[in-house]
Design a binder for this molecule. Structure first.
Ligand SMILES: Nc1ncnc2c1ncn2[C@@H]1O[C@H](COP(=O)(O)OP(=O)(O)OP(=O)(O)O)[C@@H](O)[C@H]1O
Length: 666
């Protein structure tokens, strides 16, 4: 027992009464200061307390401190002034003994006080345990964080007073912020950062800083100057304090082993809201809360990773052909070698690259070569085709969405930018991106941050961007279909792929490369091209470029029996330039009486031209089969026609034999 009483005789009487009854007395203090000094040496189980003492401080001042550290006390006083009694009541004493007292009065008050205190301690422990269970349950819930934290806000209000609760979750450089403004007894308004910005008329973007030095080691209470210091350190808290006129705060960090941190801030308009017992309660809750958060975050991380893996897997199934080296990019023309040089220069940097060129010129191949020669090659290369996605889905495809962010968003989905984290994103057909999304993409490129649709916070990205287009983006810009700022941003390093017709030397190389590759795939031998086929290949304009060439060769391989040189499976329809004179003309013993037509001027001429190429084609096949029409390996079989039909067509086209070689079946 500690006796705090400035009248020595009374104090001595009390001491004797207590000791006789078996209560050890640790000391007698005649002022608050002395009482605190004695308590620093030995903590009493209970304090008997007079109201007016030596010095300025009263028993009521000491009572407030005792209440904070949870030491029960009983007043002993003759003072019956109403306002003093009110103040006494507010300190929640365990009893009150009126002077002058009898021994019996003291002992009875002590008995009752001790009982009440131990009972209230037990009650408090029970309540605290229930609070802890309710908080950990709410945290483990599967709902979104706003709702989970709202439940926690309601639970905490019963134990720690506040007018505003702000929770900051810091993770991998991004910060999520949840703000609950108390508007009724059990009513809270969830305020987004934007709403706070509007409410406060904040001109500049306020920052959500990581906790200052003050918060590194556990909870801190702030009143008056302390609150001022906190405000200097933390512009967001400062904004709240100024706007809502808060006078005190209690902040507590919950630090997880993985480096994540949740900081909870209680703010109150009352200047003395936060007592040591509030702080102590938070500290006791720290361990169970941190353990629960670690478990919950680990589960969320696993769910996120498995979702990412699932998306990556299905993506990789579509996109198995990632590995591209220059050896697989065929061509020796000057213009292609220049492209290789540019690729080698830009690949090791993180620069955004814009690959331009007609359709089928190999833009994707070049994008892959850049990725594979960069330091990101071990990471994923994600392709997005901006032309094949419906406009309303591109945003979600690129940036992802939160569950319920729009009709049909049943599940949270990460976007391709997030999927490409650490790697490269290839934005094919960028010219098709709707204007509205061009602005969003520009922001992402500039700020290196994305925001999921319906998401509350931005996510830092580390993604290299390679874009490709077969449109002339400069024309698109002048005609208002493409943003100039985005164009300049993308075209930091432009690479233009030459069309195939501008590098005729590569046609033969590519044709052989594809023929060998495709013949091997179909387990056929490849005996080279017929002269006619080569002439056709090199004199054609290839509007579909390498993709078209690959298709033409594939058809030819399918039709070829593996025992004769390759002829083309179908006539090449449009000749935009004259046959290559360096290649020898087909040696023919079959001739056509009609001249071939090269460029159509109208529909009838087009028809004529088609007939002409068909005729050439039949001639080529006939030369290849040495004039044989019927039987296995004959021209009719190669052309997939009945021999009689072929003969009829030949007659109509004026194809006739001029040499004496007699084909066996004709
Ligand atoms: N130099 C090359 N060597 C070998 N194969 C090539 C070369 N260039 C392109 N290809 C092949 O040609 C096809 C078309 O190439 P790719 O898809 O890269 O063209 P693209 O310019 O991206 O076309 P689009 O604009 O239509 O998307 C692919 O099968 C690719 O492997």
């Amino acid at each position: 027992m500690l006796i705090v009483e400035d009248e020595y005789i009374i104090a001595n009487d009390l001491s004797i009464i207590l000791q006789d009854a078996g209560y050890p007395v640790i000391g007698i203090a005649n002022s608050v200061a002395k009482a605190l000094a004695l308590m620093a040496q030995q903590e009493p189980d209970m304090v008997l307390l007079d109201i007016y003492l030596k010095g300025k401080e009263t028993g009521i001042d000491l009572a407030k401190q005792l209440e904070e550290i949870n030491i029960p006390f009983i007043y002993i006083s003759a003072n019956d002034n109403q306002s003093v009694l009110e103040a006494v009541k507010a300190t929640q004493p365990s009893g009150y003994i009126v002077k002058p007292f009898r021994e019996k009065d003291v002992l009875t008050a002590l008995e009752i006080g001790r009982y009440r205190h131990s009972h209230s301690v037990e009650q408090k422990l029970r309540e605290e345990k229930a609070l802890q269970i309710a908080i950990t349950n709410a945290l483990s819930d599967t709902g979104d964080w706003e709702n989970r934290l709202l439940i926690i806000t309601q639970l905490l209000q019963q134990h720690i007073p506040f007018d505003f609760l702000t929770i900051r979750h810091q993770r991998l450089g991004t910060t999520h912020n949840y703000n609950y403004y108390r508007i009724g007894f059990e009513e809270y308004q969830l305020l987004s950062l934007q709403t706070i910005q509007q409410m406060t008329n904040a001109k500049v973007d306020f920052q959500l800083l990581p906790p200052g030095k003050l918060l590194v080691n556990g909870s801190v209470r702030y009143h008056q100057e302390g609150l001022g210091t906190l405000c200097q350190q933390d512009p967001f808290i400062q904004l709240l304090v100024k706007t809502f006129r808060f006078e005190s705060a209690l902040m507590m960090p919950f630090s997880l082993v993985n480096g994540e941190q949740f900081i909870i801030g209680f703010l109150s308009r009352n200047s003395e809201s936060y007592l040591a017992r509030h702080q102590a309660l938070l500290e006791r809750l720290e361990q169970p809360i941190v353990l629960t958060l670690e478990r919950v975050m680990a589960y969320e991380e696993i769910a996120r990773l498995s979702n990412k893996l699932k998306q990556e897997n299905s993506y990789l199934q579509e996109e198995v052909k990632t590995f591209v080296n220059f050896e697989e990019i065929i061509g020796k023309s000057e213009s292609l070698l220049h492209v290789f040089k540019l690729v080698t220069q830009v690949a090791p940097t993180d620069t955004t690259v814009l690959v331009m060129g007609e359709s089928g010129t190999g833009k994707e191949l070049i994008a892959r070569a850049i990725h594979n020669q960069s330091s990101r090659k071990e990471k994923i290369l994600v392709k997005v085709n901006c032309a094949t996605l419906p406009a309303n889905l591109i945003e979600s495809e690129l940036f992802g969405h939160e569950k319920g962010s729009f009709t049909g968003a049943f599940e949270k989905r990460i976007g391709k930018f997030e999927l490409a984290q650490g790697g490269t994103i290839f934005l094919d057909e960028i010219g098709e991106l709707p204007l509205e999304l061009q602005a969003k993409l520009l922001r992402v490129l500039q700020e290196k941050e994305i925001e999921r649709i319906g998401g509350k916070a931005s996510i830092k990205t580390d993604v290299r961007v390679i874009a490709a287009t077969n449109r002339n983006l400069e024309v698109e810009v002048t005609e208002g279909r493409f943003r100039m700022d985005l164009f300049f941003r993308l075209a930091t390093f432009p690479i233009t792929l030459p069309p195939l017709r501008e590098r005729p030397g590569d046609i033969v190389l590519l044709a052989h490369y594809f023929a060998r590759k495709l013949a091997q795939k179909q387990r056929k031998s490849f005996l080279g091209f017929s002269d006619m086929a080569l002439a056709e290949l090199t004199s054609y304009a290839w509007p579909g470029n390498i993709r078209e060439l690959e298709n033409v060769i594939e058809q030819a391989i399918i039709l070829n029996n593996g025992q004769t040189p390759l002829v083309l499976g179908r006539p090449l329809e449009k000749r935009l330039f004259a046959p290559n004179p360096t290649l020898s003309q087909p040696k023919s013993n079959w001739v056509s009486e009609r001249p071939t037509v090269s460029v159509p001027r109208d529909l009838s001429e087009m028809k004529q031209m088609q007939q002409a190429t068909e005729r050439e084609y039949i001639l080529a096949i006939l030369n290849q089969t040495n004039g044989r029409i019927r039987g296995s390996g004959g021209a009719a079989e190669l052309l997939n026609l009945k021999p009689t039909t072929l003969e009829y067509r030949m007659e109509k086209m004026g194809i006739r034999k001029i040499l004496t070689v007699q084909p066996p079946d004709s």
